[in-house]
Design a protein around this ligand. Sequence first.
Ligand SMILES: Cc1ncc(COP(=O)(O)O)c(C=O)c1O
Length: 333
Amino acid sequence: MLPFEEKLASIPRLSLAAYPTPLDPLPRLSAELGRPVYIKRDDSLGPALGGNKTRKLEYLLADAQRRRQQKVVTFGGLQSNHARLTAAAANQLGMQAHLLYFEKRPRQLTGNLALNQLLGARMHFIPFGGGGGMTLEASVRLARLVAWLLVGRHYFIPVGGHNWLGCLGYVRAALEIDDQARALGLENAHLVLAAGSGGTLAGLWAGLTLRRSSIQLLGIDVGKLWKAFPLSVASLSTEICRRLAQPQVFSPRQVPLIEATYVGARYGAPSPAGQAALQRLARAEGILLDPIYTAKAFAGLLGEMAQGRLGQNDPVIFLHTGGLPALFASTHP
Ligand SMILES: Cc1ncc(COP(=O)(O)O)c(C=O)c1O
């Protein structure tokens, strides 16, 4: 174990799911694309239909419990999987979840919102109107203030679980993926994933760098939500390494992220390329993606591969981060 792995293992974490998640080959898609393609199944993480945020919540809710907090508050877009997972995990721990949405309450609650209702989460709709063009950090500060006014004493979780503690979940995942890739003999694999708040990317970037892994990362921005997004990701990776006592500076110019190209019209709206990618994987391998995050990221994988930007014959791993409830949201045709 490297020193940073020992430090990581010493940080309290709850266990909300079973690990490791599978790293499975996609034989038919590999044959179509002429190179080995794998899928890392973080969509299989529980609870309540799961997804990538479980790994972050294991650290964040351990901290909430240590601080003896009864209420947990977070925020996100209307189809936030993170909010739904926070509600489910809070129930599992006997805590009360409050979910803030800075939008009008939709007439019908679909997808993740319907699941929140089943889970008994307190949903607060605050049609704020602003938000566009802010940095992620500024929107977190604003939501934190609103949370205090609305809920009082609570444990606050930023959008997407985006802080150094939550993102340790994806430092752990980086080690898990690196171990699995080595066991399969995958050299110089490209790991492609969706970036929303960017925390999954930041945690993986820190973890793979500290591990000196041969895996090359590529985040696909699915929303173009934040001002100065690369700076936010780089600062978070830097902070994660500092907390793991391995000072390392990540520069915004080096962030392995494609902004804008695969977003489509906007965050939350399916894109034609994303829907085509979703259908392609479903028909080739019987695996479903979600329209808001993973379909756009998979379109990025196919698009970048077609442009020759993922090496020539190197293996490619797609990180399936979940999100399937949004398939059932009628607002997303
Ligand atoms: C299904 C799914 N995939 C990917 C992401 C992106 O993760 P992150 O916010 O860590 O960038 C999210 C959440 O934002 C998500 O719900």
